[in-house]
Design a protein around this ligand. Structure first.
Ligand code: PEP
Ligand code: MN
Length: 363
């Protein structure tokens, strides 16, 4: 099934002006003073056009601060009136949608815990029928592009054309410096499939701490993402939610000043050299594919030979030997151990599959 998203070309429906679009504000609205004070500081940062604040907070465990709820809507209206910033909040059910729309919230987002559940996304989609504001869809908690695409599709199907994806990283069981591993290949694939879909990166939920924010934000910019959503609190150390990752407005100013905004297209001279290098890469990729195809032909030969002699497919001793030799050779040529391992594992898996096919084939 091919997925079609009918997205309005991004001109001014996200209040970005020039890229990147910066959305900033507290994880949760806590008090009127906190929201207004944070907003008044943020509006002084020219790149910030939208204030975020969670009103209804999905918490992992009951009993934690679950947001101020409805009463925070008035605080967001004050932000609109007193600063001119646009405001966005998370909606997790149709009642939230109705209340946020009535209050004139400018942009809504669906959180990672909602997006994992197609029933919830469908209910919210129904509630969004006829709505003409931008809707941002975070990736689901788990690294599953299809579920993310499914949520985008559900929202698109009710006629929403101002669609945005938010990349907030993925739960990861292995050791990682991140709270949620970015797994950049997933948002990159999403961009490849839907070049017209704006993708905003949420470095706060990816990092979980303040110190990694700059490098993740820079990576997002270098990957031509549309913008950043960063958690900013006027007193982060007192924050009721996500205390470790929130930064002050001053910290945000300094972070944004360090970001290097690179142009996607450079001068003619630059383009020419780039094209030359790219055509070299194209040639090398072609060779790589040819070589891999040749390797698989030989693997099939070996499979036939093993079959004729009733020998098992997996020869662990040989595989271990290949593994350590190749890693060594690769490292000598400046390739990382992790990269060689991933590559060899993929090649080995395909080789085994080819041999299984040979074994199962009726003679
Ligand atoms: C949030 O943005 O504060 C939030 C709860 O994020 P996520 O849905 O990405 O966990
Ligand atoms: Mn948060």
């Amino acid at each position: 099934m091919t997925l079609h998203l009918n997205i309005e070309p991004l001109h001014d429906w996200m209040p970005c002006g020039t890229k990147p679009c910066i959305i900033a504000g507290p994880c949760s609205a806590e008090t009127e003073e906190q929201v207004i004070d944070t907003a008044k500081k943020l509006v002084k940062i020219p790149m910030v056009k939208v204030l975020r604040a969670g009103l209804w907070k999905p918490r992992t465990r009951p009993g934690a601060f679950e947001g101020v709820g409805d009463k925070g809507l008035k605080w967001l209206q004050r932000v609109q009136a007193e600063t001119g910033l646009k405001v966005t909040t998370e909606v997790a059910n149709p009642v939230h949608v109705e209340k946020a729309m009535k209050a004139g919230i400018d942009i809504l987002w669906l959180g990672a815990r909602t997006v994992v559940n197609p029933f919830s996304v469908q209910e919210i989609s129904e509630a969004l029928k006829g709505v003409d504001i931008p809707i941002m869809i975070k990736n689901p908690l788990n690294p599953d592009l299809t579920t993310w695409m499914g949520a985008l599709e559900r929202i698109s199907k009710v006629g929403i054309r101002k669609l945005v994806a938010i990349h907030r990283g993925f739960s990861f069981y292995q050791h990682s410096p991140f709270r949620n591993d970015p797994m950049w290949e997933i948002p990159i694939e999403l961009k490849r499939l839907f070049p017209e879909l704006p993708v905003i990166v949420d470095p706060s939920h990816i990092c979980g701490t303040r110190d990694l924010l700059l490098s993740v934000s820079q990576r997002a910019i270098d990957l031509e993402m549309t913008g950043l959503m960063i958690e900013v609190h006027n007193r982060p150390k007192e924050a009721l939610t996500d205390r470790q990752q929130q930064i002050t407005p001053e910290h945000l100013t300094s972070l944004l000043s360090k970001l290097i905004i690179r142009e996607p297209i450079g001068s003619d001279e630059f383009q020419n050299l780039l094209e030359e290098l790219r055509s070299e890469i194209d040639k090398i990729d072609q060779q790589l594919i040819d070589i891999l195809a040749r390797r698989m032909t030989i693997v099939e030969e070996i499979g036939k030979y093993k079959k004729a002699n009733k020998i098992t497919i997996l020869q662990l001793k040989r595989w271990n030997q290949i593994f350590s030799e190749r890693i060594h050779t690769g490292q000598e040529l400046g390739l990382s151990k992790e990269f060689i391992m991933k590559l060899l594992e993929a090649v080995h898996e395909e080789s085994i599959q080819k041999q299984i096919d040979v074994m199962n084939k009726k003679d």
